[in-house]
Write a protein that binds this ligand. Structure first.
Ligand SMILES: C[S@@+](CC[C@H](N)C(=O)[O-])C[C@H]1O[C@@H](n2cnc3c(N)ncnc32)[C@H](O)[C@@H]1O
Length: 307
């Protein structure tokens, strides 16, 4: 998988590469090792990943610049460093959770281990936003159904929402990942991939991940040089549809107006809206990366050049 990333990013001498999803730093380090003249700006919203990037920066002085924040914080983080419109050679989005996040049971990202239903990528110290537990206890049935149907693409969205509401009304507890799995098992008869999608839908909502992704792709258009490369690895069909729609000039989201929470990601916004795309595909076909992480089941790699 790392080879595919390098093959598509092709960092040239002196290139500045922006890794929008540093995670555990696998891709960033691979890029740094590929050429001693390349510089990597490494962004992540997770404080644990940011600490890791700060440690790695000692190994690559002046070549690895750790940045802490969300995709939407990017302008505030890089403009003061002198990076403006058209200043970046390549950008990389590897969507989803890092192994660091999945393996820390106190974060509540995995349905396979027991932990509190937190799911905030910004870390537990973040006082912004709801935890998944708070979401399950405050959202109404329609909102919950929409989260599962739209974000999780789950036909059983209504059934899941009903089961959770019923539990709430009967004073049942869904505090932990195991509690949630138990409700899904007892009341919804879901296949294991649907349980995974249920967790992912909650995580998308808690972190506003789909708006962030859409915003991030628009920022790539702004910050990449002409001829600059953008590589994306999506985690599922929902993310891939958002990315694909941007690349074909039919973005289905509107991050600048109302939040696109609950919007349909399969239809272009405003029905007929088609933008002249600035992206040219590198591969004719989407690549399906071979599994190298815990959550690798339906990932897709797309690579484009900014024209
Ligand atoms: C799949 S991991 C990346 C793994 C990384 N490529 C590696 O080699 O280890 C995705 C990372 O993106 C971060 N992330 C997700 N959404 C983000 C956002 N909107 N802004 C900044 N970081 C984000 C997550 O915190 C997570 O660490």
């Amino acid at each position: 998988m790392g080879e595919k990333v390098l093959e598509h990013i092709q960092p040239s001498e002196g290139a500045v590469v922006l890794d929008m999803t540093f995670g555990c730093g696998g891709h960033s380090e691979l890029i740094l090792k590929s050429d001693p003249t390349v510089k990597v700006l490494a962004l992540d919203r997770d404080p644990a990943s940011h600490s890791l990037a700060q440690s790695l920066a000692y190994k690559y002085p002046d070549r690895l610049v750790p940045l802490h924040g969300k995709f939407s914080d990017l302008p505030n983080l890089i403009e003061p460093l002198g990076y403006g419109k058209g200043s970046i050679d390549a950008m990389l989005f590897d969507c989803g959770c890092s192994d660091l996040q999945m393996m820390d049971i106190s974060r509540g990202f995995s349905h396979e281990v027991d932990g509190p239903l937190d799911m905030r990528m910004d870390g537990k110290a973040s006082d912004e936003g709801l935890t998944a537990y708070e979401l399950l206890y405050s959202a109404n049935e329609i909102d919950l159904k929409n989260i599962f149907k739209v974000y999780g693409m789950l036909s059983a969205g209504k059934k899941i929402a009903r089961a959770l509401l019923y539990l709430r009304h009967t004073h049942g507890e869904v505090r932990t990942t195991s509690d949630l799995v138990a409700v899904l098992d007892a009341s919804c008869d879901l296949a294991s991939h649907e349980v995974r999608s249920t967790f992912r839908a909650l995580r998308y909502f808690v972190n506003d991940e789909l708006n962030e992704l859409s915003h991030g792709i628009l920022l790539s258009e702004w910050y990449l040089k002409t001829g600059g490369r953008l590589l994306t690895i999506s985690e599922d069909q929902v993310e891939d549809t958002i990315i694909k729609n941007h690349f074909t000039g039919t973005p289905s989201s509107n991050f600048a107006g109302l939040p696109m929470r609950f919007a349909s990601f399969t239809a272009p916004i405003d029905g007929e809206f088609v933008k002249k795309t600035c992206w040219s595909k590198i591969n004719k076909h989407v690549l399906i990366p071979e599994g190298d992480r815990l959550l690798s089941r339906s990932r897709k790699l797309r690579a484009v050049v900014k024209m």
